[in-house]
Structure formats: C-alpha cells, structure tokens
Ligand binder design. Sequence first.
Ligand code: SAH
Length: 229
Amino acid sequence: MRTAKLIFTSGLFFLLFLQQDYTREREAMVKTQIQARGVKDSATLAAMRKVQRHKFVAANQVSSAYSDGPLPIGYGQTISQPYIVAYMTEIIKPKPNYTVLEVGTGSGYQAAVLGEIVRKVYTIEIIDKLGKEASTRLKDLGYKNIEVKIADGYHGWKEHAPFDAIVVTAAAEYIPTPLKEQLKDGGRMIIPVGSPYMTQQLMLIEKTGNKYRTTSMMPVRFVPFKRSE
Ligand code: SAH
C-alpha cells in the first residue's frame, strides 16, 4: 500500500516536472534582465513573458534557457541574449497591424516574440537545416503568422515588401541596400553593423521618403551575416 502511494506521488511529481513551463523563470528574466535595463514597451514585455524560450534551445541547454546571455543553437550559431531580443523588438515600435521581416531566423525565437505582437512575420535563414528546424518548431508551437524561407537574406523578400520594420540578427559589414529599399515610408530597421567576431554597433535606420536616418544605439556581438555563393 505504501509502495503504491509512493509510486503515485512520484508519478505526480514526474508529471509536474514534465509540464514545467518555466513561468517563474520567465517572469524573473523579464524583471531582472529586461525591465531592469530599461525596456518598457508593454507588448514587448508581454511577448517576452509568453514565449517559451526553453522550447527554442537544445535539450541539454534547457536549464540555461532563461539565463542572461546568448546560447548555442548548433551549426555555429546562437540565440541572442533575452535582453537584446527585447531591445530589438521594442526599438522597431511594433504594432498589431505590422508586417515585419526578420533576417537570421536561427532558432525562431526572435520571430516568435515578434509574432506575438504583429500581424505577420517573414523570416529568412541561410542555413537550410536551421531554417527547417525553426519552421517545424514554430508550427508545432502554433504560430500561424510566421513564414520561414531558406535564402540569403541580403536580398530581403521582395514579394512581401515593403515592411513596416526589419530586424536583422546577424552582423553585416554594411547595411544591405535591398533591405533599406524594402522598408515602408516611416519604417524602421535594426541591424548590427561591423566586422565579424568583433564588437559591432546596433544601428537603427529610420526611413522618411527617400531619406534614411542612421543612429548608433549600442555595442553588440552577433554571429556574422553570411552571403550565399
Ligand atoms: N534570431 C535568431 C538568432 C540568430 S543567429 C534567434 O532568435 O534564434 C543569426 C542567424 O542568422 C544564424 O542562424 C545565421 O545562419 C543566420 N544568417 C547569417 N547570414 C544570413 C543571411 N545572409 N541570410 C539569412 N540568414 C543569415
């Protein structure tokens, strides 16, 4: 009888363990890493609280999913630090009616955060396997408003342009002209610019008519923006 009870109790704990959804870890992440550093936009904070970051990392990284740094996602790539994801989301001033282009799908995490806020997210990944994994993951998690394409994001996604905002999550040596051109009038792009494997600058580009205003926001380190041969 006691054994049966023990088995029942441990079974219950095991089920609880399986269902662990890390709500508390996400709450702590938002408070101590994101709000503490000045991110205020309520839609961004709500998305960061909601998206299950642990579902975007490898099984052996789950316990670090809510830590204050980037994490490896395979193929030499990384999922950005939570604060940087939140910062880049807030800076484009996302609105529910927005169509956003992301370049550098990676795990799909940044796309999911955007997808919680805006109408439609188009995201491009250059590494075939990563793009396919992200696409499957996003579908399994129920994101119906995110479309993944495997391509060199340098060229943007002409069929769906112009975009209200563009988020680039790989460091380019310069700002790709096609991406600037695919911004709407009044649109905003956030992109790390600089040499690979060095500190880069996160740049904000604001388009008004044919004019672009570029502002350096902060030093960052991103994986390199690659070009297809
Ligand atoms: N936003 C991702 C993190 C991306 S890491 C996330 O939330 O997980 C940067 C990604 O950009 C890598 O997956 C890399 O393969 C991809 N990348 C690099 N150059 C690219 C290019 N020219 N076009 C599309 N993707 C590119």
